[in-house]
Design a binder for this molecule. Structure first.
Ligand code: SAH
Length: 339
């Protein structure tokens, strides 16, 4: 059965038109779902009984459940159970500027980045559009706050579930619904070049973050298998194209791994690589995990790395850390299979 949250605004209008009904019914249903936030068709009280009955016959509505919440200062990690008993996670972060939700796009991930816990579980399946939307709806209901920012950086590679990702963005961005501004949405990819090319042609001003993590192919090949398919020079050329086309700044995420990618030479090489580009670099202290032997760069060396980039006039920040006490930090999601 199709899920109602898989339908965009236009899909809903067309659904009613095809039924010989009025187009504006689509808007009414969309508003019930995303403005009034009902969780059943019966609550859509301005619709005729027959309409409610046919919606109920043709569509399912809520399908996922929160089964566990772990809390830490300014952060909550939600574990969700999906209809087929798979599990995913989302992480809510309270910032001064608002509440940001990091959502998952797949069950498991096939990208195989060596440092990432999420990738140790192979991809089981893509999430459906409604499963991405439900993460937002359920968390807002649970915490009683409005989510102002969505970061697509949870479990999975969003560009390996591209069509669902784009529809998800279209729905949450729609002015008659949740109305999340596209500048408040960030998609992070390990560098799936053909999809970056498609993404730059979308009509949305969504932020793009790239998991770079190395200044050259030699190191990147070791830690990120995707680099064999799309080496750094190909990725960088594509990003130059992206910046030219969208006039938008790109964010590079760079995890600092002790003695792997954190040397002075690496910092200089990285500065050289991005020099003159409309971008900024987010340095991420690595979150160590039990199953992976990489170590976090010592804080002294994090500062050294940062200083070299600064000296080269690169926009750079060190990411504030959230949630490492509850394994909610980047790369730590859904790694405990016993959950
Ligand atoms: N697949 C997408 C989005 C999910 S990963 C991507 O690769 O961008 C989100 C970010 O967390 C990525 O930059 C990823 O490389 C990083 N990450 C993975 N494991 C980490 C860890 N143990 N510590 C810190 N960051 C990590």
């Amino acid at each position: 059965m199709q899920n109602i949250y898989d339908l965009s605004y236009t899909d809903l209008e067309n659904y009613f038109l095809e039924k010989g009904n009025k187009k504006y019914k689509g808007q009414q249903v969309f508003e019930w779902l995303y403005r009034k936030r009902v969780s059943s068709f019966e609550e859509m009280t301005n619709l005729k009984k027959e309409v409610i009955t046919s919606l109920k016959e043709e569509f399912e509505i809520r399908t996922i459940k929160i089964t566990k919440i772990e809390k830490d200062t300014d952060v909550r990690k939600y574990l969700f159970l999906l209809k087929d008993n798979e599990k995913i996670e989302a992480v809510l972060m309270n910032h001064l500027y608002g509440n940001s939700l990091c959502i998952s796009t797949q069950v498991g991930c096939n990208m195989g980045c060596k440092f990432c816990e999420s990738g140790r579980l192979k991809k089981v399946r893509n999430l459906e559009v409604h499963e991405m939307i439900e993460q937002i709806l359920l968390v807002e209901e649970e915490c009683g706050k409005r989510i102002s920012h969505v970061v697509v950086m949870g479990i999975g590679e969003p560009f390996d579930n591209y069509d669902h990702l784009v529809k998800f963005i279209e729905i949450i961005n729609h002015p008659k619904g949740i109305e999340l501004g596209s500048r408040h949405i960030t998609v992070s990819t390990c560098g799936v070049v053909p999809k970056i090319k498609e993404f730059m042609n979308l009509p949305y001003q969504v932020n793009l973050a790239i998991s770079l993590h190395a200044p050259n192919n030699e190191i990147r090949n070791q830690i990120m298998p995707i680099n064999h398919a799309y080496p750094i020079e190909v990725l960088m050329n594509t990003l130059q194209e992206y910046i030219k086309k969208t006039n938008r700044r790109v964010t590079f995420e760079y995890i600092l791994l002790d003695r792997i990618n954190d040397t002075e030479e690496c910092a200089k090489e990285l500065a050289q690589l991005v020099k003159g580009m409309n971008c900024y670099i987010n340095l991420i202290p690595y979150n160590e995990t039990n199953n992976i032997s990489y170590k976090r760069t010592k804080s002294f060396n994090i500062t050294r790395f940062y200083d070299i980039l600064k000296k080269n006039k690169i926009n750079v920040t060190i990411r504030r850390e959230y949630g490492s006490n509850i394994s909610a930090a980047c790369g730590q999601l859904r790694s405990k299979k016993e959950d």
